[in-house]
Design a protein around this ligand. Structure first.
Ligand code: COA
Length: 175
């Protein structure tokens, strides 16, 4: 049965959690579950990082993300192009959620957060510390392990595992 983040009162706001999600990992799911307990609604924005060449198409990334959070009824995954702050305005969201893994993400998140605040001062970025056991997980790491036939099942939802195996099989490498 679909469940909201919790029965506790939440902040009466919509938050956007943007990312490449190529593919979504349990680390992302942990952030989504916690954001869903805090905010009324969480819109997951599947965007394009300017310098990343994605393994899955944007629609495939969105579909896998939606399936991975289907147990949360106040969360929806949508694709977007352009600036994340414009996507926030479209969704009537005044908060951007991002996950922070120890020191790994700080420099880039600091820069992106400052830029977003400069171009859209009404939108705040709120960070959630990633769970200690997932600090080292990243989408690239999952793809690297998969490409060398390693076991990465504990890092990703089952639908992501199946889709990744299928994609590598189609490419004739890894998986
Ligand atoms: N668990 C596991 N991994 C995590 C994680 C968590 N909780 N939080 C972050 N990561 C990892 C991701 O797996 C990803 O790994 P990868 O680099 O190996 O793919 C990495 O951290 C960061 O990726 P992600 O959080 O998906 O975001 P991103 O850096 O790819 O940014 C956008 C993508 C879409 C948010 C960003 O490029 C964007 O906003 N673009 C639109 C243009 C714009 O508005 N730019 C900002 C203003 S200039």
């Amino acid at each position: 049965m679909a469940a909201k983040g919790s029965d506790q009162p939440r902040v009466g706001m919509t938050a956007v959690y943007p990312g490449s999600f190529d593919p979504v990992t349990y680390g992302h799911v942990d952030i989504v579950e916690r954001a869903a307990r805090v905010f009324d609604k969480v819109v997951l924005g599947v965007g394009r990082h300017p310098s990343k060449r994605c393994f899955f198409s944007q629609e495939e990334r969105r579909r896998l993300l939606q399936e991975s959070v289907s147990h949360l009824d106040n969360v929806v995954a949508e694709s977007f192009d352009g600036l994340v702050v414009n996507f926030c305005k479209d969704k009537d969201a005044r908060v951007i959620v991002r996950g922070l893994r120890a020191t790994l993400d700080f420099e880039s998140e600091f820069q992106m957060g400052q830029a977003n605040r400069d171009i859209a001062p009404d939108i705040e970025t709120i960070f959630f510390f990633c769970a200690p056991h997932g600090q080292f997980i990243s989408s690239s790491l999952v793809k690297e392990i998969a490409s060398h036939q390693g076991d990465y099942r504990r890092y990703v939802p089952a639908c992501v595992y199946e889709a990744t195996e299928k994609r590598f099989a189609e490419l004739g490498t890894g998986g």
